[in-house]
Design a protein around this ligand. Structure first.
Ligand code: ADP
Ligand code: MG
Length: 390
């Protein structure tokens, strides 16, 4: 007789080394399916949105002003309805479910607290609406205030709190009824830089502790990259790319994302060879001054296409003379300016014919040799990290 180990029953939570892996293997919490939105019947401000939100993730919608982030969040919250398409929560359509029945927590930049109510009553409000018994309310309010580190503040009025504290009360109010999804639209936008960075860390930590799904909207790429499990970059009502922060930074999928995220160099060129022998994903492109650059053909551009060659500033090495055995791309450049950033030096260099294009280089303070403004230099960067965009 042989014994076969039984497979775990379907639907049973299997403990794994990484809880995140288990979360990501699960089905999406929310799906947007072919969602479109127009306010005036003419312009689609959300063009065609197909987006899965994973249970437990911190997803950030990032994009310039007017790109459709708030509209997307408002459709998810139920305050706006899609012109076309469906929104599913755990596979069931909620497209026509009113906001209060969706049971999502919400924090908005201008989603003010009730000024005539104490902090405690503000936080208790969602529980009162849900007819939670008073004794239980008190306990849950206390716990929610502890979560945002505002213990003992229940008796104060919003006007007696700082901006950061008020935003933490709003967060406690969004979390107190233990929603499975919390929506935040630029919640830190009104705070000063130091407080904002502090709150970013607190929010991320809170997300880690609670395991609740967060959908967070911002136009600040630094905020998006530091806080999120995944970032969705919006432009003109379309998601340009959705990926973890490091992928978004290292492997942008088009020139919009490459320029919007980070502050890399983008050099115009013409594609000379769409593939290279033995390296199907590599291509070579030639700049107007004849400089040839080799990199990844990100969008499968064809021979003769006008392309943009992208490289990140921290990937560029600076040489006073052309290196004898250069393995990477080489660009002649003239240093225009050197800016001290406290933790690094930033060189802005003129490159190309008449130095008409600009390349940014990030040098560590420990760099062995730092050129001076006006110096002629050679910039070297790896072909594998050079990205060519259609
Ligand atoms: P974001 O949050 O990315 O800045 P929005 O979703 O707020 O973008 O706006 C997307 C587009 O929709 C913008 O052009 C904006 O002017 C327009 N818009 C937003 N809300 C309304 C509204 N209530 N009525 C009409 N147009 C709107
Ligand atoms: Mg907005």
């Amino acid at each position: 007789m042989t014994t076969v180990a039984e497979p775990p029953a379907a639907g049973l939570a299997v403990p794994t080394a990484s809880p995140r892996a288990a979360i990501y293997a699960a089905e999406p919490l929310v799906s947007f399916v072919g969602v479109q939105k127009t306010y005036d019947g003419v312009n689609l401000v959300v063009r065609k949105l197909d987006l899965d939100i994973r249970r437990g993730e911190f997803l950030t919608l990032l994009g310039p002003s007017g790109s459709g982030k708030t509209t997307t969040l408002m459709m998810l919250a139920g305050f706006e309805s899609p012109t076309a398409g469906e929104i599913l929560l755990e596979r069931k359509p909620i497209t026509r479910t009113p906001p209060h029945k969706r049971n999502f927590g919400m924090v908005f930049q201008n989603y003010a607290l009730f000024p005539h109510m104490t902090v405690g009553d503000n936080v208790a409000y969602p529980l009162t609406v849900r007819r939670v018994p008073k004794a239980e309310q008190a306990q849950r309010v206390e716990r929610a205030l502890a979560m945002v580190r505002l213990q003992g503040m229940a008796g104060r009025y919003p006007s007696q709190l700082s901006g950061g504290q008020q935003q933490r009360v709003a967060l406690a109010r969004a979390l107190v009824f233990e929603p499975q999804l919390v929506l935040m639209d630029e919640p830190l936008g009104a705070l000063d830089k130091q407080l904002r960075e502090h709150m970013q860390i607190e929010l991320k930590e809170l997300h880690r502790q609670l395991g609740v799904t967060f959908v967070f909207v911002t136009h600040d790429q630094g905020e998006a990259l530091t806080m999120s499990d995944r970032v969705a970059v919006f432009n003109n009502g379309v998601i340009q790319q959705i990926a973890p922060a490091d992928t978004m930074y290292e492997q942008p999928s088009n020139r919009f994302v490459a320029s919007f995220i980070g502050d890399g160099t983008m050099l115009p060129a013409t594609l000379r060879a769409a593939t290279l022998e033995g390296q199907a994903d590599r291509c070579s492109a030639v700049m107007a001054d004849g400089t040839v650059l080799t990199g990844i053909n990100v969008n499968a551009a064809a021979n003769g296409a006008e392309v943009m060659v992208g490289i990140r500033p921290e990937r560029i090495a600076v040489h006073a003379a052309p290196p004898a055995a250069a393995a990477g791309n080489l660009l002649r450049a003239q240093v225009r300016s050197i800016v001290y950033f406290g933790d690094h030096l930033r060189l802005l260099c003129g490159v190309g014919a008449d130095g008409r294009h600009e390349a940014a280089v990030k040098l560590p303070l420990s760099a062995p040799a730092v050129p001076a403004a006006g110096d002629h230099v050679w910039l070297e960067f790896p072909q594998a990290l050079t990205r060519v965009y259609a």
